[in-house]
Design a protein around this ligand. Structure first.
Ligand SMILES: NC(=O)c1ccc[n+]([C@@H]2O[C@H](COP(=O)([O-])OP(=O)(O)OC[C@H]3O[C@@H](n4cnc5c(N)ncnc54)[C@H](O)[C@@H]3O)[C@@H](O)[C@H]2O)c1
Length: 263
């Protein structure tokens, strides 16, 4: 049990409906399996509750809270609730991210409103959750923050909002790592590659593409086994980074991409 006696918040721990499991939900479940008490935060309370119920059905400790990362008050209240109930926050896992769903577009077509929304959700949200959690981690003299960016941050990607906000998430993570090492706090960022998750697949199927075609096109781009990763691959990486086994690792950008970034 890698995370025994730790309290974790998974922001964006619900998921887009679909046939497979999402990164946030899988990570919340895996944290719980490794012994953590998991608070699942999401703007979609029903979806967060579903994750918490899956955790509890396995006999682990999970609860759900409604929080929209665009609202600083939601974040501060969520953090206070966790502190009131458990007196500690050991792990902050920032999973929230949107692209097409936030109106993302190529630079020629992006609107100010869509770009602002992507910055609010993908980047400012992580700034604000970290802002409110860090004082508690500083007081404890320890903590692990894991941010979810994307391979899109470092590889060519056509849509400007997602590309730039995910690249900024790497910079944010490095800054937290650099400024908080002295407090025993670590910050690392995961870059998922092509994953078989509802977020990635359902939007493309909804755009009138056959599911098998979407999956085959993505699978064949992946060097390792010619197969997309799953949310569990991200969850296992996050568990390691959250745990004391990664106690000397901070400021790291970790691809979970089946070799995409080096091919
Ligand atoms: N699936 C992939 O192929 C892939 C690839 C690279 C990176 N990623 C990254 O993984 C993360 C998402 O993975 P997932 O599979 O869990 O996606 P998901 O869409 O299933 O889950 C994201 C959750 O975030 C919640 N959310 C959205 N806006 C919010 C807001 N304003 N406040 C609070 N919650 C909000 C949604 O309700 C949803 O439950 C994103 O950061 C994404 O950029 C995914």
């Amino acid at each position: 049990m890698l995370l025994r006696e730790k309290v974790a918040i998974v922001v964006g721990g619900g998921q887009t409906p679909g046939e497979t499991i999402g990164n946030g939900r899988a990570t919340a479940i895996q944290f719980a399996r490794e012994g953590a008490t998991v608070v699942v935060a999401d703007s979609d309370l029903a979806s967060a509750q579903q994750t918490a119920e899956m955790i509890m059905a396995e006999g682990h400790s999970g609860s759900a809270v409604e929080a929209d990362v665009r609202q600083e008050r939601d974040i501060s209240e969520m953090v206070q609730q966790v502190i009131d109930r458990w007196q500690q926050i050991d792990i902050l896992h920032n999973n929230v991210g949107v692209s097409i769903a936030g109106g993302d577009a190529r630079i020629e077509d992006i609107t100010t409103d869509a770009f602002n929304l992507l910055v609010e959700i993908n980047l400012r949200g992580m700034v604000l959750t970290s802002k409110h959690v860090l004082p508690h981690m500083r007081r404890a003299g320890s903590g692990s923050i894991i941010n979810i960016a994307s391979m899109a941050a470092i590889k060519p990607y056509p849509l400007v909002g997602y590309k730039t906000t995910k690249a900024a998430v790497i910079a944010l993570t490095e800054q937290i790592a650099a400024t908080h090492a002295r407090y025993g706090i670590r910050a690392n960022v995961i870059l998922p590659g092509l994953m078989n998750t509802p977020m990635a697949i359902e939007s493309r199927v909804a755009a009138n593409k056959a599911r098998e075609e979407v999956i085959a096109e993505r699978d064949q781009q992946v060097p390792l086994g010619r197969k997309m990763g799953s949310a569990w691959d991200v969850a296992h990486a996050a568990c390691f980074l959250a745990s004391d086994k990664a106690g000397y690792i901070t400021g790291v950008t970790l691809p979970v991409d089946g070799g995409l970034s080096v091919s």
